[in-house]
Design a protein around this ligand. Sequence first.
Ligand code: NAD
Length: 473
Amino acid sequence: MSAQQPYSFFHSVERSFDKATKFTKWDSGILEQIKACNSVYQMRFPVKRDNGDIEVIEAYRVQHSQHKSPCKGGIRFSDEVNQDEVMALASLMTYKCAIVNVPFGGAKGGIKINPRKYSEYELEKITRRYTAELVKKNFIGPGIDVPAPDYGTGEREMAWIVDTYASLKPGEIDAAGCVTGKPITQGGVRGRTEATGLGVFFGIREVCNMEEVMKKLGLPLGVKDKTIVVQGLGNVGYHCAKFFREAGAKVVALAEYEGAIYCADGLNEEDVVKHRKATGSILNYPGATNLAKNTDALELACDILIPAALENVINGDNAPNVKAKIVGEAANGPCTPEADEVFAQKGILCVPDMYLNAGGVTVSYFEWLKNLSHVRYGRMEKRFTENLNSHILGQIEELSGKRVSDKEREFIMHGPDEQDLVHSGLEETMISATREIMSVWHSNPEIPDMRTAAYVSAINKVATSYAELGIFP
Ligand code: NAD
């Protein structure tokens, strides 16, 4: 952390960790080892700008934990990048992976640049040089450390990374598994784009299906007819709104940075995005009411509030005005610790970011497995399943003398393709993680909130893994 920086993100992660440790049985040595960042690689390298100037680039890769190999975490391009932030994000990755049972240690990378200020050619040179530096120090590889996209990076950068890695490691058969979030043509997996929003939906749906939890919140079981407010209509928010609407919930308000709109009958996110593209704003959407400020949406009466834009949007000032019964943290860090305290007093259930938005890393895990197995999901079984289903259906129809509708026939016959299997794996992951966290929470009435329960669940898994490795004889 730099001298001028008053706030340490890494220390705040450590504080949340410490808050949870008193609900575990592990000795302090193991807990200290889990908290520590195992390896911090800070690098500087030159890049020649398009105008001929030489610029020195500051970059990082932090491997927080190797209790499982490889380590995993995104690479961020932002001029806010600093060592403290990369360390904090790397440690959160360890806990996130543990909670959703993705067998990776946590890592994170960052390059301190504003990508908008560089040409595509300059960004390619920076990304390739960064990758080469990671290769030189053995900080990347399908069995070592597997980066992914984060703020300011996407498929394009991941394609540059895999290409650089493969060219420096000729003959490495699993080279495609050195990074995830790649384009499909470069070994990416279908279902990645919507993964985080879909994971948020699966996680909250599972909470809504828990009788005891819903009874305590005074809500009926299930997602159907629940009223939802979503802040941020980007990748995560858009897909959250879509999956909730498709499940029969009503998205009564949407907020973007230019404003917020409300419609008691429910909004269609796809139409709202079209309207925003056409007019440059979500405001004045036909049939909806404009809200005076975009933050007003956070204080609307609704069943589920989903902040899916930025960090710290619900804090000590506005948390007392939140009327939702459930807050689903789709964004990273949307609620401050002060907001958590208010929620606990008001009986609002906050479903924590660390696991709720883990759909991205879960599907990255599926991409890595695809790369190691060198075969597309569904390739081996799709046709077999369709033939089998067709035969079973034919027999049933013959014996019953009845025919199913064409729509039902299509559904029953369908053999799983890659996207079906990825969605199914994600659904299983989010359901299991939700149940595990809830069971930890219910096992100890002293645990104050679901966030702390999620940390306890993560600590128990990482500590068990260290203990089983025999690192602490
Ligand atoms: P995005 O850039 O696609 O979308 C964010 C949206 O929020 C944008 O449309 C932006 O205009 C809007 N926004 C900005 N300021 C706002 C404000 N004040 N009020 C309302 N809306 C505002 O980003 P994303 O990928 O959807 O990520 C959103 C959040 O989810 C981030 O916190 C991110 O870290 C987290 N997240 C994303 C993923 C992923 O797979 N994309 C995974 C885990 C966590």
